[in-house]
Design a binder for this molecule. Sequence first.
Ligand SMILES: [Zn+2]
Length: 408
Amino acid sequence: MKYIPIERVETGRIGYQQQVKETNIKRIFDLVRFGRCKSRAEIVRCMNLSATSVSVLVEELMSRGLVEEVGPAQTTMPGRRPISLRLNSDARQMATFALSRDGVRYCLLDLECRVVESHTYPLSIEGLTDAEAGEAYVRLFEQVLKRRSKRFDSARALMIGICFPGVFLENRKTYSSGTELNVSIPEGIFEDFGRRMGLPLCVINSTRCKAYAEKRFLDARDPDAPETEYMLYADIHKGINCAVIAKGSIYTGPHNISGLLGHFTIDYQGRPCHCGNRGCLERYVNQDTLLEDAQKACVEAGTQPPADLKEAARRCADEPALMAALQNSARLLAFGLYNLMCSSGMNHIVLSGIEALGDAFLEEVRRALMERTLLVCRLDLSWAQAGRDSRNVGICQYFLDKVFTITG
Ligand SMILES: [Zn+2]
């Protein structure tokens, strides 16, 4: 996870007064953005600030174009009717690119993190060197923003987000994606691109973006319920990635590689893995092996192998061999998840990438986890629900919540 400002961050200390002001103005921006306060009076009630201070800060948000006034507010209170405030969602934009083996998913989002323009661009980097692949990506980004997009406006852009399906390796200064893209992009290529565009870059692991979008989806679904502070998000594709939400934010660990669920061993004498370990979970449970194991079971039982996971899920109720294969996969996955639950102390798990297997599979994973009754007394297990563009949406939500500052 990396935020690359246009200029290097100043090392000089920001003044205390300036810090207090930024904290307060950002808080007001968030109260308006999330619709929790619709007038200056409501903001005064929410914050420990005088009416005058709130007025000054709201004035500044308005002069920056981030917040706007909309007529008198609807209220039953006597006296002068207050003017309503709302987010000026068109005031700023965020351009995002999510990389995967299928190509690049481009989404332009407004300040409410709504997608206002999107397109998927196929891009093959096969046979290219790492540097060539990196250049091919940024060439595409630049083409999209400078020529193909109809709505991108660099004057209103806050940042460019890149959802990367891998990790940033600090010692090598590269963005490395082994399983998904098989590429290691030198950091300088992204940095130069940001400089050329005159915009800061935010590069975050794709699974972490999805996890943050899921957290925000769950929080928005029930605004009165407590915030989702702790969550494990397992993204199952050609391998298994996991993101950890802790204290309401993305937990990266000191070396930016926390939650590598795919490399939790479930058999110390098991299949060798490219990471150097043996019996890693992702060698047994991933999109390909799940289907292969189901197909193998059908071949052995003398029935037609399923073409995809959806078909396997649909047929398993009538075919015991297929059912046994899926149950076995669910149990292997539960072994890995249990390791993760024990090491993190968390019991809220969201699974993504194999939703086609349906609720019966999820129930099997739940059953297997609940057998470990000493430590698992409560379990919150569900499929991901944040939607198709959760990578692009999640990176913008995270940026606005945790990185963006109003006063610079
Ligand atoms: Zn491994």
